[in-house]
Design a protein around this ligand. Sequence first.
Ligand code: FMN
Length: 164
Amino acid sequence: MKLAEIKALYHEEWHSYTAAMRSGLDKMQEPAADASRKMLKAGDYLSDHMAEVPALLVFCFNPDHMAITDADLDRPSVVGGGSVYTAVQNVMLACRAEGLGCVLTTLLCYREDEIKQLLDIPPEWGTCAHIPIGYPVLRGHGPITRRSISKLAFLDSWGESVDF
Ligand SMILES: Cc1cc2nc3c(=O)[nH]c(=O)nc-3n(C[C@H](O)[C@H](O)[C@H](O)COP(=O)(O)O)c2cc1C
Protein backbone atom coordinates (compact mmCIF):
# COMPACT_ATOMS: atom_id res chain seq x y z
CA MET A 1 0.00 0.00 0.00
CA LYS A 2 1.37 3.38 -1.04
CA LEU A 3 0.43 5.18 2.19
CA ALA A 4 2.51 2.71 4.18
CA GLU A 5 5.53 3.44 2.00
CA ILE A 6 4.97 7.19 2.35
CA LYS A 7 4.65 6.79 6.12
CA ALA A 8 7.98 4.96 6.25
CA LEU A 9 9.71 7.78 4.36
CA TYR A 10 8.05 10.44 6.53
CA HIS A 11 8.93 8.59 9.74
CA GLU A 12 12.61 8.55 8.78
CA GLU A 13 12.63 12.26 7.89
CA TRP A 14 10.70 13.30 11.01
CA HIS A 15 13.09 11.46 13.30
CA SER A 16 16.13 12.78 11.50
CA TYR A 17 14.71 16.36 11.58
CA THR A 18 13.93 16.20 15.31
CA ALA A 19 16.98 14.25 16.52
CA ALA A 20 18.91 17.31 17.67
CA MET A 21 15.87 18.72 19.47
CA ARG A 22 15.28 15.44 21.31
CA SER A 23 18.86 15.16 22.49
CA GLY A 24 18.90 18.81 23.59
CA LEU A 25 15.64 18.71 25.58
CA ASP A 26 17.36 18.12 28.92
CA LYS A 27 19.42 21.28 28.54
CA MET A 28 16.50 23.50 27.52
CA GLN A 29 14.85 25.97 29.89
CA GLU A 30 11.13 26.06 30.59
CA PRO A 31 8.74 27.05 29.04
CA ALA A 32 10.63 26.37 25.79
CA ALA A 33 11.31 22.76 26.81
CA ASP A 34 7.63 22.15 27.48
CA ALA A 35 6.67 23.68 24.11
CA SER A 36 9.22 21.42 22.38
CA ARG A 37 7.94 18.33 24.19
CA LYS A 38 4.38 19.13 23.09
CA MET A 39 5.52 19.71 19.51
CA LEU A 40 7.43 16.41 19.51
CA LYS A 41 4.45 14.53 20.95
CA ALA A 42 2.10 15.86 18.27
CA GLY A 43 4.66 15.29 15.51
CA ASP A 44 5.46 11.78 16.74
CA TYR A 45 1.76 10.95 16.66
CA LEU A 46 1.51 12.08 13.06
CA SER A 47 4.67 10.23 12.11
CA ASP A 48 3.42 7.02 13.75
CA HIS A 49 -0.05 7.24 12.21
CA MET A 50 0.63 8.68 8.77
CA ALA A 51 -0.42 5.43 7.07
CA GLU A 52 -3.86 5.57 8.71
CA VAL A 53 -4.97 8.98 7.47
CA PRO A 54 -8.19 8.93 5.42
CA ALA A 55 -6.53 11.22 2.85
CA LEU A 56 -3.07 12.56 2.14
CA LEU A 57 -2.98 15.41 -0.38
CA VAL A 58 0.25 15.75 -2.35
CA PHE A 59 0.55 19.22 -3.90
CA CYS A 60 2.50 19.33 -7.15
CA PHE A 61 3.80 22.15 -9.32
CA ASN A 62 5.26 22.50 -12.77
CA PRO A 63 7.83 25.34 -12.88
CA ASP A 64 7.13 25.81 -16.60
CA HIS A 65 3.62 27.02 -15.66
CA MET A 66 4.84 29.63 -13.19
CA ALA A 67 6.10 33.19 -13.40
CA ILE A 68 8.96 32.92 -10.93
CA THR A 69 9.81 36.60 -10.68
CA ASP A 70 12.60 36.19 -8.13
CA ALA A 71 14.39 33.37 -9.92
CA ASP A 72 17.35 35.56 -10.91
CA LEU A 73 17.89 37.27 -7.57
CA ASP A 74 20.91 36.42 -5.46
CA ARG A 75 18.92 34.61 -2.77
CA PRO A 76 16.79 31.45 -2.53
CA SER A 77 13.71 31.75 -4.76
CA VAL A 78 10.29 31.60 -3.04
CA VAL A 79 7.87 33.30 -5.47
CA GLY A 80 7.08 30.09 -7.38
CA GLY A 81 5.61 28.65 -4.21
CA GLY A 82 3.04 31.44 -4.21
CA SER A 83 1.34 29.78 -7.18
CA VAL A 84 0.58 26.71 -5.09
CA TYR A 85 0.61 27.57 -1.39
CA THR A 86 -2.49 29.74 -1.74
CA ALA A 87 -4.36 26.59 -2.83
CA VAL A 88 -2.74 24.70 0.05
CA GLN A 89 -3.99 27.32 2.49
CA ASN A 90 -7.50 27.26 0.98
CA VAL A 91 -7.67 23.49 1.46
CA MET A 92 -6.59 23.89 5.07
CA LEU A 93 -9.23 26.58 5.70
CA ALA A 94 -11.89 24.36 4.12
CA CYS A 95 -10.81 21.45 6.35
CA ARG A 96 -11.02 23.70 9.39
CA ALA A 97 -14.51 24.84 8.41
CA GLU A 98 -15.60 21.20 8.08
CA GLY A 99 -14.14 20.30 11.48
CA LEU A 100 -11.40 18.16 9.93
CA GLY A 101 -7.80 18.05 11.13
CA CYS A 102 -4.94 18.75 8.73
CA VAL A 103 -1.38 20.00 8.87
CA LEU A 104 1.04 21.51 6.39
CA THR A 105 4.08 19.26 6.01
CA THR A 106 7.07 19.58 3.72
CA LEU A 107 9.56 17.06 5.13
CA LEU A 108 8.72 14.58 2.37
CA CYS A 109 10.23 16.98 -0.15
CA TYR A 110 13.58 15.59 1.05
CA ARG A 111 12.40 12.33 -0.52
CA GLU A 112 10.84 13.80 -3.66
CA ASP A 113 12.47 11.30 -6.02
CA GLU A 114 10.98 8.36 -4.14
CA ILE A 115 7.55 10.01 -3.82
CA LYS A 116 7.48 10.80 -7.54
CA GLN A 117 8.38 7.25 -8.43
CA LEU A 118 5.79 5.84 -6.03
CA LEU A 119 2.98 8.06 -7.34
CA ASP A 120 4.00 8.07 -11.02
CA ILE A 121 4.41 11.85 -11.01
CA PRO A 122 5.84 13.02 -14.37
CA PRO A 123 9.48 14.21 -14.36
CA GLU A 124 8.65 17.87 -15.07
CA TRP A 125 6.49 18.15 -11.93
CA GLY A 126 7.73 18.78 -8.39
CA THR A 127 6.09 18.37 -4.98
CA CYS A 128 5.78 21.15 -2.42
CA ALA A 129 3.39 20.07 0.32
CA HIS A 130 1.88 16.95 1.78
CA ILE A 131 -1.28 17.46 3.80
CA PRO A 132 -2.65 14.61 5.87
CA ILE A 133 -6.36 15.09 6.52
CA GLY A 134 -8.26 13.29 9.25
CA TYR A 135 -10.63 13.55 12.14
CA PRO A 136 -9.21 15.42 15.14
CA VAL A 137 -8.23 13.29 18.13
CA LEU A 138 -8.42 14.42 21.76
CA ARG A 139 -10.27 17.74 22.03
CA GLY A 140 -10.03 18.64 18.37
CA HIS A 141 -9.24 22.21 17.42
CA GLY A 142 -8.12 24.20 20.42
CA PRO A 143 -7.08 27.78 21.05
CA ILE A 144 -4.09 29.02 19.09
CA THR A 145 -1.33 31.42 19.97
CA ARG A 146 -0.16 33.89 17.37
CA ARG A 147 2.09 36.93 17.45
CA SER A 148 0.19 40.21 17.45
CA ILE A 149 -0.33 42.13 14.20
CA SER A 150 1.83 44.96 15.57
CA LYS A 151 4.81 42.56 15.54
CA LEU A 152 4.02 41.28 12.04
CA ALA A 153 3.05 44.40 10.06
CA PHE A 154 4.95 47.65 9.64
CA LEU A 155 3.77 51.08 8.46
CA ASP A 156 5.87 53.02 5.92
CA SER A 157 9.23 51.71 7.20
CA TRP A 158 10.50 48.33 8.34
CA GLY A 159 10.26 48.19 12.13
CA GLU A 160 7.58 50.92 12.42
CA SER A 161 4.75 49.11 14.21
CA VAL A 162 1.14 49.59 13.22
CA ASP A 163 -1.14 50.08 16.21
CA PHE A 164 -4.59 48.58 15.79
C1 FMN B 1 6.57 25.51 5.48
C2 FMN B 1 6.21 24.63 6.64
C3 FMN B 1 6.54 23.28 6.59
C4 FMN B 1 6.21 22.44 7.64
N1 FMN B 1 6.53 21.11 7.57
C5 FMN B 1 6.17 20.30 8.60
C6 FMN B 1 6.42 18.91 8.52
O1 FMN B 1 6.95 18.39 7.55
N2 FMN B 1 6.04 18.14 9.57
C7 FMN B 1 5.42 18.69 10.69
O2 FMN B 1 5.07 17.94 11.61
N3 FMN B 1 5.17 20.01 10.76
C8 FMN B 1 5.53 20.81 9.75
N4 FMN B 1 5.27 22.13 9.84
C9 FMN B 1 4.60 22.65 11.06
C10 FMN B 1 3.11 22.48 10.98
O3 FMN B 1 2.60 22.82 9.71
C11 FMN B 1 2.40 23.38 11.99
O4 FMN B 1 2.75 24.71 11.74
C12 FMN B 1 2.75 23.00 13.38
O5 FMN B 1 2.28 21.68 13.60
C13 FMN B 1 2.16 23.96 14.41
O6 FMN B 1 0.79 24.01 14.27
P1 FMN B 1 0.04 25.37 14.56
O7 FMN B 1 0.73 26.38 13.70
O8 FMN B 1 -1.37 25.10 14.14
O9 FMN B 1 0.21 25.60 16.01
C14 FMN B 1 5.56 22.96 8.79
C15 FMN B 1 5.23 24.33 8.83
C16 FMN B 1 5.54 25.14 7.77
C17 FMN B 1 5.17 26.60 7.86
